[in-house]
Design a protein around this ligand. Sequence first.
Ligand code: ADP
Ligand code: MG
Length: 238
Amino acid sequence: MATLDLNSISKSFGTAKVLHDISLAINDKEFVVFVGPSGCGKSTLLRIIAGLEEATSGQIIIGGEDVSAAHPVERGISMVFQSYALYPHLSVYENIAFPLRVQKLEKADMDARVHRAAEVLQLTDKLQLKPGQLSGGQRQRVAIGRSIVRNPKVFLFDEPLSNLDAALRGDMRVELSQLHKSLDATMVYVTHDQIEAMTMADRIVVLNGGRVEQFGTPMELYHHPKTKFVASFIGQPN
Ligand code: ADP
Ligand code: MG
């Protein structure tokens, strides 16, 4: 069970308060999209969940366990960033296997994990190639493969498609939705793109100025926006 509960998360940088008392209960295996304008605090919130940034107050609860003080690698969380640096001199196989180098895994176990990730991502016939021989979408999939091999309970994505062109973004949206189904994992996905949010999410969190404006299904937000902001950002004007 990898439920993810955010319990009154607030964050200040010096005197600037960028997250205000955020509480959310995300279900096991749910695909939740955080959407909101640039600067509203999406990345900061994701980094706090991942343990890369410390909240000023509040708790992160994963699978019922308070991990607020846990080291990032102990949280069972994996984060895929907007800019993914692959190692150009290493093969696809070696790039995907890279995070496992630090864990002292048996070769057979490592092999099995890399092949499973490659299968899910349709990279099996690309394992011996170098990143330079891949398309942009395939490179992004290799970056996601590096998350999958760690068997995380929760995947975090910070605008993973924003460096891709529009056509490829459309394809990758479908692929990520399929990935979610085949991995049966809890996923939190950050974007400033309303279309991405509407097409991919089980539920959407609309953030504005570090506050949750609304948390609901795409249809709830579209047909019953709670605030003017949600209406103008996603829903029908009312
Ligand atoms: P988003 O990802 O939604 O674009 P961010 O979470 O990156 O927004 O930023 C939210 C706010 O916090 C912005 O005003 C940003 O300038 C500020 N901020 C983010 N990181 C830092 C930091 N390390 N130091 C000071 N201010 C920061
Ligand atoms: Mg951001």
